[in-house]
Design a protein around this ligand. Structure first.
Ligand SMILES: [Zn+2]
Length: 256
């Protein structure tokens, strides 16, 4: 079987999906990523990472993919025409509805694989709400942890390559080599913020922002050195880490 839930017939679900199955929802975004990248970056990354996990560890952990949720909470890019986004209220409701559907199967584990940093806080809230309301075991994993959630970006980007920067552009160049326009890649690192000890990406003070707050281009980071080899390395290491995380998720149970 394919490991994609939507490929099963209705009657097959009860045979194929059991109490030990993991249901995984890839969560991407359709949002501006600066002039050098298409809007589909996060959706493509979520999709490709999920497919790679299915190939690598699908049978071992009884993994079932849901279709990628491509439109999510991207209102930090709402200023850019064509960015598609759900409000936080709508997104929580969508996640709640999807979880209610998952809860009709025998599966007890639901994993959000999130490729868009703007979703992270909301998905943490959803994990708890769904745990309470639908009695599922819920988990949030990332191909790369956003700096605001403790992840790192490169030193050259002063730890603030958070959107369309070196790493993300490289990963996309590996996955879709024909779709990056390096002629339009320019450095857009908010150097002024690096002077702050607290109010900065990765600092202890959270702040509300839109990508337009940092200039007209819309990306935040330095994609100029991006290349597919680095992208392949990052992609493969993300898949390897997520493989271990899924193995642990597969055996995770609360003990009281
Ligand atoms: Zn992105």
């Amino acid at each position: 079987m394919s490991g994609r839930l939507a490929d099963l017939s209705g009657p097959c679900i009860s045979e194929a999906v059991g109490a030990d199955s993991i249901i995984l929802l890839p969560v991407g975004a359709i949002e501006q990523h600066g002039p050098h990248l298409p809007m589909s970056v996060d959706a493509v990354i979520a999709d490709e990472v999920a497919s790679a996990l299915l190939d690598k560890v699908g049978n071992e952990v009884d993994l079932w993919l849901l279709p990628t949720l491509s439109v999510s909470k991207s209102n930090e890019h709402a200023w850019s025409p064509g960015t598609m986004w759900l409000s936080s209220d709508t997104m929580l409701r969508v996640l709640d509805d999807i979880s209610a559907c998952v809860a009709t199967t025998s599966a007890r584990r639901l994993v959000f694989l999130n490729a868009h940093g703007g979703n992270s806080s909301l998905l943490s809230v959803a994990c708890r709400d769904i745990r309470v309301k639908h009695d599922l075991l819920t988990f949030l994993v990332h191909p790369s942890l956003p700096p605001a959630s403790g992840g790192m970006s490169t030193e050259e980007e002063l730890g603030m390559g958070i959107h369309g920067g070196l790493n993300e552009t490289s990963v996309f160049a590996h996955l879709r080599p024909g779709e990056v326009n390096m002629d339009l890649a320019v450095r857009r690192v908010p150097e002024w913020m690096a002077e702050n000890a607290s109010v900065r990406f990765g600092g202890p003070v959270q702040f509300g922002w839109t990508s337009r707050d940092f200039g007209p281009d819309g990306h935040i980071g330095d994609p100029t050195g991006a290349n597919p080899d680095l992208g392949r390395e990052l992609f493969e290491s993300a898949v390897a880490q997520l493989t271990e995380q899924l193995r642990e998720i597969a055996r995770f149970e609360f003990r009281s």
